[in-house]
Design a protein around this ligand. Structure first.
Ligand code: TRP
Length: 346
């Protein structure tokens, strides 16, 4: 029998977040903007982190590429510091419950409401040939979140509207069918360290819009990192000073250094006094290379042993399934769908 109440019994509040397997490597912006926070939060919360492979199907995907990127994305969570012993690390498609609850959420959403989602509007305005899955993307995301009775959902600012519709859907469900779902709080990650494109430091470092030379990929070879940082756009002045308005390139390099080395920006400004951008760039490159090396080593180990990675994902899915099956049971029951036991005559 499904339990009547949400499973909020564990001592620490639950959090959940996901990433789509849409690239062969995270870049420094994703890493510092999201993954570092996931790692910090796992101590304080009962954390569930997953690869949103079903969401990746909303754009045309090559099966071999999807398979590779799903493993890479999971491995990056772990190489970045997510501890699979502590946090549940899993793949969305391993739990059929996500698609099932996603359908329920779609049936709860008004057509006009879905039409107002900005991400869908932006993508289709840019001429992207959209499928219906892209339209219902937010409902599947709502299902991901509500499935785990998550108290908080750590995501970036770009996901705020998705969290709002998730809350609306949970409240609506509870009003129509009785208290069933936990209404989550957004946990918008502070953009404390916003990392900019190396070739255009007025734009965010972005996997979808930055050129390859503008991105520092966590998988980049050390000499490639050095090359990219050496050719980073700065300005015609030569003073190493933090001033994002008039010196966005130099400021971006200072931010990268500061976040990775833990040195205050003011101290960096002092230590580079009288030195040009060449010195700054060399040191930033060194700091970045030192930071990515252990990550790359762990990545290589994980990708060299796909059986071990699959075992980790299976263990994560098992943990996730305990909660997911109860939630779907509760939701189906509240909706008036007959228990499956009746169907099988048990
Ligand atoms: N939409 C998120 C992104 O593109 C990924 C995602 C899917 C997600 N389901 C989620 C994030 C549930 C948090 C919670 O980044």
């Amino acid at each position: 029998m499904p339990s009547a109440t949400p499973s909020t019994s564990s001592a620490r509040p639950r959090i959940l977040s996901g990433m789509q397997p849409t690239s062969d490597s995270l870049h420094l912006g994703n890493y510092l903007g999201a993954l570092v926070n996931w790692v910090e939060l796992q101590n304080e919360f009962d954390a569930y982190y997953f690869v949103a492979d079903l969401h990746a199907l909303t754009v045309p995907t090559d099966p071999a590429v999807l398979r590779r990127r799903t493993r890479i994305t999971a491995a990056q969570f772990i190489a970045g510091g997510v501890d699979p012993e502590q946090s549940a690390v899993f793949t969305q498609s391993h739990l059929h419950e996500h698609a099932a609850l996603g359908w329920v959420m779609s049936c709860l959403t008004a057509f006009g409401e879905a039409s107002r989602m900005t991400q869908f509007k932006d993508k289709t305005a840019k001429g992207q040939n959209a499928n219906v899955g892209l339209f219902t993307y937010p409902m599947l995301m709502a299902a991901d979140i509500l499935m785990y009775d998550a108290a908080y959902v750590p995501v970036g600012e770009d996901q705020r509207q998705h969290l709002e519709i998730t809350r609306d859907l949970a409240i609506r469900f509870n009003q129509r069918f009785g208290e069933t779902l936990v209404v989550p709080e957004p946990y918008i990650l502070k953009q404390g360290a916003k990392i900019m494109d190396l070739t255009d430091p007025t734009a965010k470092m972005s996997g979808s819009t930055s050129p390859e030379k503008g991105l520092i990929l966590l998988s980049d070879e050390p000499n490639r990192i050095v090359k990219k940082i050496k050719s980073a756009v700065t300005d015609t002045d030569s003073e190493v000073r933090y001033d994002p308005e008039s010196k966005p390139g130099v400021s971006n390099l200072l931010v990268i250094h500061s976040v990775l080395s833990g040195t205050a920006i003011a101290d960096l400004e002092k230590s580079f006094e009288g030195q040009g951008y060449g010195a700054l760039k060399s040191e930033v490159a060194e700091v970045v290379v030192t930071a990515v090396q252990p990550f790359q080593k762990r990545m290589a180990e994980l990708l060299d042993d796909p059986a071990e990675l699959d075992r980790i994902l299976a263990a994560g899915a098992e943990r996730a399934h305990e909660i997911a099956s109860r939630t779907v049971g509760r939701v189906y029951d509240a909706l008036g769908l007959l228990p499956a036991t009746a169907r099988f005559g048990r």
